[in-house]
Design a protein around this ligand. Structure first.
Ligand code: PLP
Length: 491
């Protein structure tokens, strides 16, 4: 190479020679694949197992030195990736909490990637849009300016963020700087309160924060799997007397196991009385509480929480990932995460708001707000009310169908979750767990319908969670029929 013909003089770097025509063609081809993928997800088979040779190729092949043309990459997507989906857009998928993506959200995800901002901060559309979305959620709690928050990867990240802030506040009150000194010397004194029904991400966050899962005080639940506020009150009073430093009480707006909603107004009273942080895990169930009239009382309790986690990628049908975390105490949140010294912090009231990265764990942040905003704008509050109420009604219909059947029984039901089991007359009580485990294994292998499992009062249960506006009562009837066919001993 001689001086003057360096690579900077090439008209276009090899591999980056995208002219107008190439970009347009790729965009068109992608749009067709997008449409095919969305349609297949709802009308094709629920999920097909990748064949052995495909699995082998994924497991063993090497990244080639020579690249391949775009057309071939897209063709490989169509032939070897698109046919093997998770299955969660299908109307007969009711496992875990996996909704279908709203088509507009899918389009938004592509557009957000095309803009590709980092939403750490700055003064550009993505930043303002995320603040707007956060404000819209805060409005549902009747506190439009009363919350700060941001979009995160999901409920697990939201919980970790919330408990980090809660730990910081609890320790700041006793003059301990956890950011500088860690939690040395406090072993065993920091306690998080959560019921057995709390999601495992609470345990994970407590472990990651060095609090230790042995220091989760497990709260007993009532017959409906809800925290008893009176018991919580006694436990907190006794623990505070004993010198415990409570980090937070974690309550649920919709447990993942049974859809139970804790009595949030009474729990908020108890937390306020003892000045303990209340975190509400609404990853699954916050949307109906925020939007439906039936839940106005619970909503008033929710509005008093110090932090709230909600997964827009669950019951708001936004493509993964889209979690939301809201906080009431802006100053504490910034003190928890900001690395900008206090004397340099701006108020954020000018054109450029305070950077999101001062309020959480992420620095480079994706443009999640676009898909959330597009869907919220398109559907409106009423559109969401109708969709969510419909999911709840389909779950209620499933409960009735199970109740009316000869051979199934309901074990729990809350929001759009129904836990049940197959209980034909010839199977004895002590064999029921094994019977239903075998049924579920067969169901998950056949993949005609899809359910997950949980445990209700120590009993193995099949669990259906309806977060799919395409699921009809005939689909849930078909899910039950398929479950029956998968039972051991079915002719
Ligand atoms: C899904 C879920 C979580 C975890 O959220 P991710 O988005 O999977 O990280 C936490 N709590 C509840 C109640 C959930 O349903």
């Amino acid at each position: 190479m001689t001086a003057g013909d360096g690579p900077w003089l090439d008209p276009a770097a090899p591999g980056w020679d995208w002219d107008t025509e190439a970009i347009t063609r790729l965009s068109r081809d992608t749009v067709e694949l997008l449409a095919a993928t969305l349609l297949r997800a709802r009308t094709g088979p629920l999920a097909t197992r990748p064949p052995a040779d495909q699995l082998e190729a994924w497991r063993t092949d090497d990244w080639a030195d020579a690249g391949m043309p775009v057309e071939r990459v897209l063709a490989e997507y169509a032939a070897t990736i698109a046919p093997y989906p998770f299955g969660n857009a299908h109307p007969r998928y009711a496992a875990w909490v996996n909704s279908p993506p709203h088509p507009l959200g899918v389009a938004a995800a592509a557009l957000a990637a095309a803009m590709n901002p980092s939403v750490a901060g700055g003064n550009h559309a993505a930043v303002h849009l995320e603040r707007r979305v956060v404000r819209w959620f805060a409005q549902l709690l009747d506190r439009p300016g009363g919350y700060v928050g941001q979009l995160v990867s999901g409920g697990s990240a939201a919980t970790l963020t919330a408990l980090t802030a809660a730990r910081h506040r609890a320790l700041a009150r006793v003059g301990h700087d956890d950011r500088r000194d860690g939690i040395t010397g406090l072993s065993g004194r920091l306690v998080v309160y959560a019921s057995d029904e709390a999601h495992s991400c609470v345990t994970k966050a407590v472990q990651a924060l060095g609090i230790g899962s042995a220091n989760i005080h497990r709260l007993p639940t009532d017959a409906e799997h809800r925290i008893d506020p009176g018991v919580l009150d006694q436990i907190l009073a006794a623990d505070l007397d004993a010198g415990v430093l409570p980090v937070a009480v974690v309550a649920s707006a919709g447990t993942v196991n049974t859809g139970a909603v804790d009595p949030l107004p009474a729990i908020a009273d108890v937390c306020a009385r003892h000045r303990v942080w209340l975190h509400v895990d609404g990853a699954y169930g916050a949307p109906p509480v925020l939007l439906l009239d039936d839940w106005a009382g619970t909503r008033a309790g929710l509005a008093r929480a110090d932090s709230l986690a909600l997964d827009a990628h669950k019951w708001l049908y936004v493509p993964v990932d889209a979690g939301l975390i809201l906080f009431r105490d802006e100053a504490n949140l910034r003190d928890t995460f900001s690395l900008v010294p206090p004397y340099l912090r701006t108020a954020g009231e000018t054109d450029e708001p305070v950077w999101f990265s001062e309020y959480g764990l992420e620095q480079t942040r994706p443009f999640r707000a676009l898909k959330v905003w597009m869907q919220l704008s398109h559907l409106g509050r009423d559109g969401y009310r109708r969709l969510i109420a419909r999911d709840i009604a389909v779950a209620a219909a499933l409960r009735v169908m199970i109740h009316d059947s000869e051979d199934f029984e309901v074990l729990a039901h809350g929001l759009s979750v129904v836990c049940f089991r197959h209980h034909p007359h010839h199977v004895s009580e002590q064999d029921l767990d094994r019977h239903n485990q075998a049924l579920l294994a067969q169901l998950q292998t056949r993949r005609v319908a899809f359910l997950a499992a949980t445990t209700v009062y120590g009993r193995f249960a099949l669990r259906a969670c309806i977060v799919n506006p395409l699921t009809t009562t005939s689909d849930i009837g078909a899910i039950l029929d398929e479950a029956r066919r998968c039972a051991p001993g079915w002719p």
